[in-house]
Structures are given as C-alpha cells and as structure tokens.
Design a protein around this ligand. Structure first.
Ligand SMILES: *[C@@H]1O[C@H](CO)[C@@H](O)[C@H](O)[C@H]1NC(C)=O
Ligand SMILES: *[C@@H]1O[C@H](CO)[C@@H](O)[C@H](O)[C@H]1NC(C)=O
Ligand SMILES: *[C@@H]1O[C@H](CO)[C@@H](O)[C@H](O)[C@H]1NC(C)=O
Ligand SMILES: *[C@@H]1O[C@H](CO)[C@@H](O)[C@H](O)[C@H]1NC(C)=O
Ligand SMILES: *[C@@H]1O[C@H](CO)[C@@H](O)[C@H](O)[C@H]1NC(C)=O
Ligand SMILES: *[C@@H]1O[C@H](CO)[C@@H](O)[C@H](O)[C@H]1NC(C)=O
Ligand SMILES: *[C@@H]1O[C@H](CO)[C@@H](O)[C@H](O)[C@H]1NC(C)=O
Ligand SMILES: *[C@@H]1O[C@H](CO)[C@@H](O)[C@H](O)[C@H]1NC(C)=O
Length: 506
C-alpha cells in the first residue's frame, strides 16, 4: 500500500533515532506475507503464528487472529493502528464489530488501517480452555467467617484446576502481558515493519506500556486511555480501585439527584436507600426472571442475585455515563432504570452474572492473564475479614468490592506462576527522549482505573509521557464523543500532544 509523504518523513526521523540506540534483541522471522480474507462484511481477517514461549522462538507455535478495518483514504494512510480494548481477555474483533459505525465516522478511519489483534489465550487466537462447571458455582463474595473463606477458596481452586485438566492447553502458562507485547512486535514486523501506532484501553493501556518498555524505538504514537499501574502489587491495587468505584457511584448519585432523566431522581436519600437495598438483597436475594428466559439478551444467568453480587456488573455498567459510544449500554440513564427495577420491582436480571456453557470464555482468559501479571495475595481468612471491614469503612457504598477484590481472591490458588511481576517503568524511561511522547488519558472519576494510577505511570515515564485528564466520570474516554476523543485523534494523526495536566471538559 502507498504511504503518504507525512508518514515517510516521520518514519525517517524515527529510523535515524533507532539506529543511534541499542537495537532490541528480538528473535522473530516474520512470514514473507500475511494473507487477508474478507470477514464481518467489509473487514479483513488474518492469522499469524508466534511462539508459545518467547524464550524458545523456534519451539511450539500458537495462532494470533487479527481483524482490520482498512483505512478509508489510501492517500492519507499513515499506517496500521493497533487497538486493544482491555479486559483483559476482551475481544478486539468484537470491539471493531460493535464499534463499526462509530469508528468508521472517526478521523482515525481516514488515516489508519485499524487493527485488532486478539491477544494470546483469548477467543479467535489460541484460547485458554477450562471446564465451565466450577465457573458457574456461586461463592461468598465477602467472606466473614473461616467457613465462608474456605467455601470461596474451594470454588476458586476448582476454577484453576479446571484449566489444568484440559488437553493441549499449554497456553495457560504463557498468557502474561509481556508475551502479548512481544506478539504485537511480531505483528508489527510481519506487517511491513512500519512503526507502531497503538491505542490501548484499560488493560490495553497496560499492554501499551509493556510494549513501550521493550520497544520504545519502534513507536510512532502510543495513546493509552484508562491507565493501569503495574508498579504496585495486586494487594495494593485493590484500595485505589475500590476508591475509584466509590467516587464514581457518588457522582452517579449526584447526577440522579440533579437530573430528572434518572429513574431514581425522585427517591429521597438515594445513597442510603441503595445501601439498605444491598443489605436486604444479601439476606433475601433479588430474583432475575430474564435469566431463565431463553429469548432474553441476558440468558443464561443466575436466577437470583445477592447484594454483594450486584457490585461487579454495576461496576462495568457505571463505566459508560454517555448514551453514545462504543461499549455503552445506554449510559447512566439505562443503569438507573435497571437499578430501579432491582430496588423496586424485584427484578435484578441485568445484574445477574452469566453462566458459561463453553470451554473458552472471556472470564477464563481474564483471570488467566491477570494472575500471571500480578502476584498472589495469599490472605488468610482473618485478613479477608479485616480487609472486608476496611472496605466497608473506606468505601461505604461499594464495600471494597469490584474487580480487584475478586481477582486477588481467585489468583490465590491459580495454577500458573506469575511470569510478569509488577515493576516500575522508571528504569526503562530514565534518560530516554522519545521522539513523540506517549499520551496518557484518564477520567477524574473512573470506577476501574482510578486517576492515582495515571499519575503514577506519568511519574514513571517522566518527560516521555503527557497526561491529559477528562473532567468527568467513566472508564476510558476515546469511545465517547468529546474534547478528549478529539485530543486522542489529534495526537495519533498529527502527533500533537497537549501539555501534562491539561484538563478537558468532556
Ligand atoms: C525495520 O525497519 C528498521 C528501520 O527502518 C530497520 O532498521 C530494520 O532493519 C527493519 N527490520 C526488518 C526486520 O526489516
Ligand atoms: C484463522 O484461523 C481460524 C481458526 O483456525 C480459521 O477458522 C480462519 O479461517 C483463519 N482465518 C484466516 C484468514 O486464515
Ligand atoms: C441529564 O442527563 C442526560 C443523560 O446523561 C444528559 O444528556 C443531560 O444533559 C442531563 N441534563 C442536565 C440538565 O444535566
Ligand atoms: C422473554 O424475553 C423476551 C425478549 O426480551 C420478551 O419479549 C418476553 O416477554 C419474555 N418472556 C417472559 C415470559 O418474560
Ligand atoms: C437462587 O438461585 C439458586 C441457583 O443459583 C437456586 O438454587 C435458589 O433456589 C434460588 N433462591 C431463591 C430464593 O430463589
Ligand atoms: C501461602 O500460605 C500458605 C499457608 O500459610 C503457605 O503454606 C504458602 O507457602 C504461602 N504461599 C506463598 C506463595 O506465600
Ligand atoms: C535527552 O535530552 C536531554 C536534554 O533535553 C539531554 O540532556 C539528554 O542527554 C538526552 N538523552 C538522550 C539519551 O539522548
Ligand atoms: C471540573 O468541572 C467542574 C464543573 O465545571 C469544576 O468545578 C471543576 O473545577 C473542574 N475540575 C478540574 C480539575 O478542572
């Protein structure tokens, strides 16, 4: 494909810079060509083989699948833009399909072949396999006694073992994010060795910083949206995330009080009504009638939901305040309607967790990846109780619950060792002058990647990164129209990054 002169001048500048620095020792022979097939109407799909274990580049190979929306304007084409929508374990292919209209109307579509490689161990690529049965067992979310702790631990242990017992499942031991970053380098080399353009959301932002740490000289532009800080251990990542969830719920309650489109607008003292509702639902689970209705969107899921179980699905729901954009289920307006149904109509179908029927599911990939990137917490029953009390005091509405609470629990007995333990990015960036700084973006009130993490990653990258803050709620910013969306496009296309500390209104 033709490259624009804009691209060439940038590539030349970067190439001159690359030769001056030590070349990365990366043993990979790209195939002579990549075969693309039409898929998902007008998209393109291809597969690429990469080593299972990057320490044995000529050993066993696995498959990486890639989905692409080709650039609309071949004259303006800058290159490939690799996207990763986080999870971890989420499907970039589904992201492109669900976001088709939004992405096609974006500026990025004019300039980039938007490419979503499915990370190793996730659907499309060689997936990790586990038996769904223990993944469909319920467990005490916040164990208060030794017996509840053991019950939880037994379920988590069974979940891990259900993956060990699968045939031809070596991928279980090689799903860390460093390996994924190396796969992305292999993809870059296989697709004509053009410099890297990357847009990563959430855990995909973490993948981007892993890539930058290893291959800083091969980057043209790297935009990271919704920042994960890998310099803190799993145990210490819990507190800030719980806090981010709590402050976002407070924003949600405030929005409801002010805005009559909120279905809970007329409820007096909503935050305390919500707390009482959770307490009540813990004693008397709320029914979830749609979960046994085969024609409903949510089927199959559990027939009823406890208060503590509500928190995980509520957390993902409050990630998207806006009705418009990729990943939105209809914004806070819809979340409020679902919450109204649960609180006043005894129908918590929306908040009920899925039941799995397949040996590969996002949830299984999610846990497998996370548990190889963050160390084991190994808490005792007593420590769990103490943390649970701390959570209830520090974050009274959300009670310390959320993703990291769950992940620390399930990683305790996870069968594969940690391959990519937490570490600071500082040594990799100290003294480095990247041609274009990395763009870091975070919302002020983010229920999953709190602003503290973005500040920490900015500090570790120093002058090589610019942090832009969206003055609003929700998780990630590119996927909703607004100033921040525009700033990300301007950066990726024109390499213009706002000054660190810039606050954008939406
Ligand atoms: C990729 O491009 C860089 C810069 O142009 C060049 O130095 C390097 O040799 C190329 N690598 C391969 C494998 O072609
Ligand atoms: C990629 O691999 C999958 C699974 O083996 C296969 O179904 C698909 O056709 C392949 N796609 C291409 C473009 O080769
Ligand atoms: C109320 O919320 C809706 C949905 O988020 C939003 O579009 C609208 O601008 C808000 N109205 C006010 C007055 O804040
Ligand atoms: C099942 O779900 C469908 C689709 O949402 C709905 O139209 C139907 O009324 C539901 N059936 C029952 C028995 O609730
Ligand atoms: C709640 O759902 C479980 C299945 O997950 C079922 O065994 C139990 O009877 C249900 N409880 C009520 C009160 O409906
Ligand atoms: C976890 O705790 C158990 C029991 O106290 C202990 O036997 C084990 O060595 C610990 N594991 C780690 C990784 O610290
Ligand atoms: C980076 O730039 C600074 C001045 O801006 C300079 O002192 C330093 O030597 C440069 N480092 C490298 C590795 O080029
Ligand atoms: C965010 O916006 C609010 C309302 O407009 C304003 O009061 C506040 O100062 C802004 N925060 C920042 C960090 O700019």
């Amino acid at each position: 494909m033709r490259k624009s002169s804009y691209f060439l001048s940038t590539a030349t500048a970067l190439a001159a810079f690359s030769t001056a620095s030590a070349s990365t020792n990366f043993d990979y022979d790209p195939p002579s060509s990549v075969t693309w097939e039409e898929c998902n109407q007008d998209m393109r799909c291809a597969n690429l083989s990469v080593p299972l274990d990057w320490a044995k580049p000529h050993g066993k190979q696995i498959s990486i699948s890639m989905t692409m929306i080709p650039a609309a304007n071949k004259e303006k084409r800058i290159g490939y833009l690799m996207v990763n929508n986080g999870g971890p374990g989420a499907s970039p292919s589904e992201y492109l399909v669900a976001g088709r209209d939004f992405l096609k109307s974006s500026e990025l579509h004019q300039y980039f072949d938007i490419l979503g490689p499915s990370p190793r161990g996730t659907a499309g690529s060689t997936p990790v396999k586990c038996d769904p049965e223990p993944w469909n067992r319920r467990f005490p979310q916040r164990p208060q006694t030794e017996a509840e702790f053991e019950e939880m631990r037994e379920v988590f242990h069974a979940r891990g073992q259900s993956c060990v017992n699968q045939e031809d499942n070596d991928i279980l031991y090689y799903m860390d994010t460093t390996s994924v970053a190396k796969d992305f380098e292999a993809i870059r080399l296989a697709l004509n060795n053009e410099t890297m353009n990357f847009l990563g959301f959430s855990y995909g932002a973490f993948l981007g910083s892993e890539y930058a740490e290893r291959f800083p000289d091969n980057i043209r532009a790297l935009a990271l949206d919704g920042i994960v800080d890998h310099s803190v251990s799993g145990q210490n990542i819990w507190g800030p995330e719980a806090n981010g969830y709590e402050v976002t719920m407070n924003q949600f309650f405030e929005w409801c009080e002010k805005n009559s489109t909120c279905a809970l607008h007329k409820i007096k003292n909503l935050p305390s009504k919500f707390d009482a509702f959770i307490d009540h639902a813990n004693k008397h689970p709320i029914s979830a009638p749609s979960c046994s209705n085969k024609t409903s969107d949510v089927y199959p899921c559990f027939q009823n939901v406890t208060g503590d179980e509500i928190f995980r699905n509520l957390q993902s729901a409050v990630c998207f305040p806006s009705e418009i954009g990729i990943g939105s289920i209809g914004g806070w307006t819809t979340v409020a309607q679902f919450l109204y149904q649960a609180m006043f109509k005894n129908d918590a179908s929306f908040f009920s967790s899925s039941q799995y029927t397949s040996h590969s599911a996002v949830e299984m990939s999610y846990v497998s990846i996370f548990c190889q990137d963050f160390p084991r917490s190994n808490w005792t029953a007593t420590e769990f109780q103490i943390k649970s009390s701390v959570g209830s005091v520090a974050t009274p509405h959300t009670r310390g619950l959320g993703e990291f609470w769950y992940l620390q629990g399930i990683c305790m007995d996870w069968p594969s060792p940690v391959r990519n333990p937490p570490h600071s990015l500082q040594p990799a960036f100290a003294g480095r002058n990247m041609t274009t700084p990395i763009l870091l973006v975070n919302a002020l009130y983010d229920p999953e990647t709190p602003i503290q993490a973005a500040l920490s990653v900015q500090r570790q990258m120093g002058e090589n990164a610019r942090l832009v803050i969206r003055n609003g709620s929700g998780h990630t910013s590119y996927n909703t129209p607004g100033e921040t969306h525009e700033a990300i496009e301007k950066y990726l296309i024109h390499l213009e990054a706002p000054a660190t500390g810039t606050v954008l209104k939406d």
